[in-house]
Design a protein around this ligand. Sequence first.
Ligand code: AHR
Length: 494
Amino acid sequence: VRASLHLDPARVVAPVSRRTFGSFVEHMGRCVYGGLYEPSHPSAGTDGFREDVLSLVREMGVSLVRYPGGNFVSGYRWEDGIGPVESRPVRRDLAWHSLETNEVGIGEFMRWADKAGVEVMYALNLGTRGVQEALDVHEYLNQPEGTHLAGLRGGKPYGVKLFCLGNEMDGPWQIGHKTAHEYGRLAAETARALRAAEPGLELVACGSSGSTMPTFGAWESEVLSLAWDSVDYISAHAYYEPLDGDLASFLASAVDMDHFVTSVTATADSVAARLKSKKRINISFDEWNVWYLSRHQNAPTPTAWEIAPRVIEDTYNVTDAVVVGSLLISLLRHSDRVTAACQAQLVNVIAPIRAESSGPAWRQTTFHPFALTSRLATGEVLDVKITSPTYATTRYGDVPVLDAVATHEPGSLTVFAVNRSQDEPAEVTFSVGAFAGPAGLAEAWLLTDTDLTATNTQDNPDRVVPQPLEAVSVDGDTVRVTLPPVSWAAIRLT
Ligand code: AHR
């Protein structure tokens, strides 16, 4: 198929928000224990954190990490994780039917985040807890010395700016699940109290846990109407998988993400109109990924209470990586309204990084499009006009075969593109004539494989890696690229 892109340096969507390259660490399965933290591992420092995992997190270009949940947070008592480790209680985690030892608590995680060089987005428990506990954990994290909880912390305040007001409170599975009215009031009062403590905080209200929720839209509208003055963001969560082997729809998952973002934006803006407000609520897309959810849904509820059991350790293939790349294209395209996003999760649990106990850590296929996009998306996001043939999908109707986004700063232009066709290469052309700087190819990467089911494993960790894209040429102002079927590419001109 033939496709073209129209790029114009004046058509700026927004600056690239570094927070787009966020991730998520939940006390779930082996994400924290056996992932980030494993004191007996040969690469662990004296603080118990695995250096091999840390170095992959840095290489991946993660900017922000949401913590400590997820469903876990809705039953979590943050104060269990402070003070001497040997005195910390072991608790039941009802979200994942496991035992939480509290060996890693706030202090440990903040140390890890500092080593990883990431900003922390702290999620508050608004499931079993409320305004007071939210204030307490904020005092522990951010209050300068001179109060009881700042004293318990010791040392400098952590200065966390971004807080989630609960997690997926619309979901009936959530501990302390609430109606939109109940949650909207609680979010508003929690936010108001937090702002009295520290006016400059950025606060995220829970949106829907998925766009197929029966309350989708109505939930955002009611929650935002109740909490309008005191929140900055509404969250969005989306997970994608090929259902019934329908790869055509799966490859078009970003169409659904685009629709999700525009629907939530429209809902937020309609609340603004009703309230006669000029304020704009942005989206924190703080859980997104490929997750083979249906494989896990029929798994029996565990009866044993284990510490860090192996749960949802999905192994990702080439197609999954292409979809992850395309979801990043969608997030970047909406940079005017999606200003924070977290791939869920970071290590072992539906994660781009895998780590075995006493064994190696390695990059899953999905690591690569994330790392390349985080490194190469710089400057401003451009609104790209795409001319492409379409193909039919069962879930989303006719969708463009080619999708793309571009980022630009003086002297450099990067195009991220995906070919969703399963059987035809896409010949893509674009002109850089309107740009003063970029003249030649700096680097170009391609993620694809003749075996779309290929994965990276402990024994063969680099089976799937991005390859230099050879089928790209620059002829004067015209760039021509050929993308094989089911592929993702990043092309940088300087
Ligand atoms: O990321 C796994 C789970 O998915 C999170 O705990 C929850 O918020 C979502 O449903």
